[in-house]
Design a binder for this molecule. Structure first.
Ligand SMILES: Nc1ncnc2c1ncn2[C@@H]1O[C@H](COP(=O)(O)OP(=O)(O)OP(=O)(O)O)[C@@H](O)[C@H]1O
Ligand SMILES: O=C(O)C1=C[C@@H](O)[C@@H](O)[C@H](O)C1
Ligand SMILES: [Mg+2]
Length: 167
């Protein structure tokens, strides 16, 4: 079976849903952000501080290409879709699931979070702006779209498993 790639904005629940889906489908899960950290021995924040977003994106693409394309759940960083080559890689090698959420829900979920460098400062404005800029890219990559707003992890996983039968 082709790997399942979970994509979506920061806080859309990729890591959370990936872990739950992994238990339900009995498939292992790997996370592109964790792979970048493992490869470099640095946190995402440290990489952004040291090498900037450009440096991080180069590492992210390298890691994506090294993640298994079969029988895995791959959870991705929120900006993985920024590069056309990443979107193409996921479309060609797997089933791509977009976890969608309203800006209000994302802000609620990321309240107090300091681990997402792109959201430091005017969080509210940034979420709305970056989300609207990225939406066409998320849609371009996705085979399945799940709205996660006001839904429990269990409900999302159930919906996801049903929808995956048809792609
Ligand atoms: N369906 C949900 N309902 C309520 N809270 C949720 C839901 N899904 C995730 N969360 C919470 O939202 C926060 C962000 O979730 P998570 O880390 O899974 O997002 P992510 O998409 O992996 O973000 P990133 O792109 O930054 O890695 C966590 O605190 C998580 O517990
Ligand atoms: O949306 C983004 O651009 C990011 C999301 C996170 O998962 C990390 O990959 C990093 O903080 C950048
Ligand atoms: Mg994550």
């Amino acid at each position: 079976m082709k790997s399942i790639y979970l994509i979506g904005f920061m806080g859309s629940g990729k890591t959370t849903i990936g872990k739950a889906l992994s238990l339900s489908l009995n498939l292992p899960v790997m996370d592109s952000d964790e792979e970048v950290s493992r490869l470099t021995g640095k946190t995402i924040v440290e990489i952004f501080e040291g090498e900037g977003e450009v440096g991080f994106r180069t590492l992210e693409t390298k890691c994506l290409r090294n993640l298994p394309v079969e029988n895995f759940i791959i959870t991705t960083g929120g900006g993985i879709v920024l590069k056309e080559e990443n979107r193409q890689w996921m479309r060609e090698n797997g089933k791509v699931v977009l976890l969608d959420a309203s800006p209000e829900e994302i802000l609620k979920r990321l309240e107090g979070d300091k681990t997402r460098p792109l959201l430091i400062g005017e969080k509210e404005t940034k979420v709305v702006k970056i989300l609207s800029e990225r939406m066409p890219l998320y849609l371009d990559a996705a085979d399945v779209i799940i709205d996660t707003t006001d839904k429990s992890v269990e409900t999302i996983v159930e919906e996801l498993m049903n929808r995956l039968k048809f792609v």
